[in-house]
Design a protein around this ligand. Structure first.
Ligand code: NAI
Length: 466
């Protein structure tokens, strides 16, 4: 018997959760629900919307099925989901997109899974005002984070019998950050020769998805592209009512539908439980109960084929009628159905995250403010020579000034090279000297970035089109 935390949530949450519980009971799934609360109905006593005992239960039982929870607008707690995701280090957002019979869409044979890195990238929220005109956000891609999400995608593909994993990126532009993501992907891919691996640039991936989505199997993406592409895929297979998801960490996993608490229809008994039911299928797979997943999935598909649907999908059934129809289509339990479940878990011990690398600092980018045009920077301080100045990424010095808008934020690149033009390793003292001289010249600097080379970490070198 598995023990699973059940959080019914609020709005339509309790109605659709009850539907799933009823279907699981009828299907004799060996799960004991451990019910806890989160969301609006806890907020009086727990301002975060997540009681400590709920969090403790998820950590203890490691698997949760969660109904949607309302996030108050303007005031109150931040999103319960975001808090759970970051508190429990739920690093993978896994969202299958599969065509369902009776759900009208442009394509009818989509069966893909999005594996989105859930924590890093621009979502670290490290943003700063730089000058009066310029704001900056950091995109953080890490080696351990990229290895871990790739490993999850390949392990999942292997367990679920998937054939292809494609990494989605923009490493032609983000050569170092997405380049690192891609490099880690191929490192992991080499451990799974039985699974086809390839990569595709995110804009091309979007175009292919809306013209030829059948070609995709498992897609693994950094956070921001994953956020956007997963919603695109949800739209391809019929939208919110049929979009499931799982947030998965090394220790805990929470499965829930993509849609929210639908306050406009809450309490009316007409909510569609399909998305939460599909999320529960992911949960069954996560627990290793693959045959049970297939059995309940067949009942759902038969129900939809029979034209029994809730109003949001153009049908006439209410939540209870739809639930009953699924139950009536359930096949009996198979003889060995619950035998030897193999749960899908990624443990840090499985990851080769860190590499011994030598590190070289051969220069700095100094970001300075000058609203009046090109700043007059010192040409050389110690070994550091001014190599170029760029404005919004376009080189403006030396050479001909391009016809661009100059904003008040300039990147001044200083590099140390020897007489033969080879990079020299510099120390912090040389950087301090440079900054002191820039300050003494009355130039306002905002921040500096060391220019570092790591062995073999020089970004995008491998472009294997799909
Ligand atoms: P929503 O997804 O709750 O509703 C959007 C529209 O889709 C509504 O017209 C709703 O009636 C319909 N809808 C959604 N799920 C449905 C279902 N299962 N069956 C039939 N119709 C369905 O999005 P909205 O209105 O923007 O958000 C409402 C609340 O939910 C907000 O407080 C939001 O923060 C929260 N939310 C919670 C999520 C979660 O807990 N996972 C995810 C997204 C939003």
């Amino acid at each position: 018997m598995f023990e699973v935390v059940l959080i019914k949530g609020d709005g339509i949450g309790p109605e659709i959760s009850d539907a799933v519980v009823e279907i699981f009971e009828a299907a004799q799934v060996p799960i004991k629900w451990v019910e806890h609360q989160a969301g609006l109905n806890t907020i009086e006593k727990h301002p975060t919307g997540i009681p400590a005992e709920t969090l403790a239960a998820i950590e203890k039982y490691q698997v949760a099925l969660k109904g949607p929870t309302t996030t108050p607008i303007g005031t109150g707690h931040k999103s319960v989901n975001v808090t759970l995701r970051t508190t429990l280090e739920l690093f993978a957002n896994v969202r299958p997109a599969k065509s369902l019979p009776g759900v009208r869409t442009r394509f009818d044979n989509i069966d893909l899974i999005i594996v989105r890195e859930n924590i890093e990238d621009t979502y670290s929220g490290i943003e700063h005002h730089q000058t009066a005109c310029v704001a900056q956000g950091l995109k953080l891609i890490t080696r351990p984070g990229s290895i871990r999400i790739a490993k999850y995608a390949f392990e999942m593909a292997k367990k679920y019998g998937r054939k292809k994993v494609v990494a989605v990126h923009k490493a032609n532009i983000h050569k170092i950050t997405d380049g690192l993501f891609l490099k880690c992907f191929y490192e992991v891919a080499s451990e799974y020769p039985e699974i086809q691996s390839s990569d595709i640039i995110v804009d091309n991936a979007c175009m292919q998805l809306v013209s030829n989505p059948e070609r995709f199997d498992v897609m693994v993406l950094p956070n921001l592209y994953g956020d956007i592409v997963s919603d695109l895929c949800a739209g391809l297979v019929g939208g919110l009512g049929v979009a499931p998801g799982g947030n998965i960490g090394e220790n805990s996993a929470i499965f829930e539908s993509v849609h929210g608490s639908a306050p406009d229809i809450a309490g009316k008994g007409i909510a569609n439980p399909t998305a939460l039911l599909l999320s529960s299928f992911q949960m069954l797979q996560h627990l290793g109960l693959h045959k049970t997943k297939l059995r309940i999935e067949s009942a759902l598909i038969q129900t939809l084929k029979d034209g029994i649907k809730t109003g949001d999908l153009g049908g006439k059934s209410n939540t209870k009628e739809f639930t009953k129809a699924i139950i009536s289509n359930l096949e009996p339990v198979l003889e060995d159905e619950f035998k030897d479940p193999v749960p899908l878990r990624i443990k840090s011990g499985m990851l080769k995250t860190y590499k011994e690398v030598e590190e070289y600092c051969h220069g700095v980018d100094v970001f300075v403010e000058n609203p009046k045009g090109l700043p007059t920077m010192p040409e050389q301080v110690d070994n550091l020579k001014l190599k170029m100045i760029s404005n919004r990424g376009t080189k403006v010095y030396p050479g001909v000034m391009p016809k661009i808008w100059l904003v008040d934020h300039h990147r001044c690149r200083y590099v140390a090279t020897d007489a033969n033009g080879n990079y020299m390793n510099i120390g912090d003292e040389e950087i301090f000297d440079l900054i002191r001289e820039i300050s003494a010249a009355g130039i306002k600097w905002m921040h500096i970035e060391k220019l570092q080379l790591f062995d073999g970490e020089l970004g995008y070198s491998k472009a294997q089109g799909e």
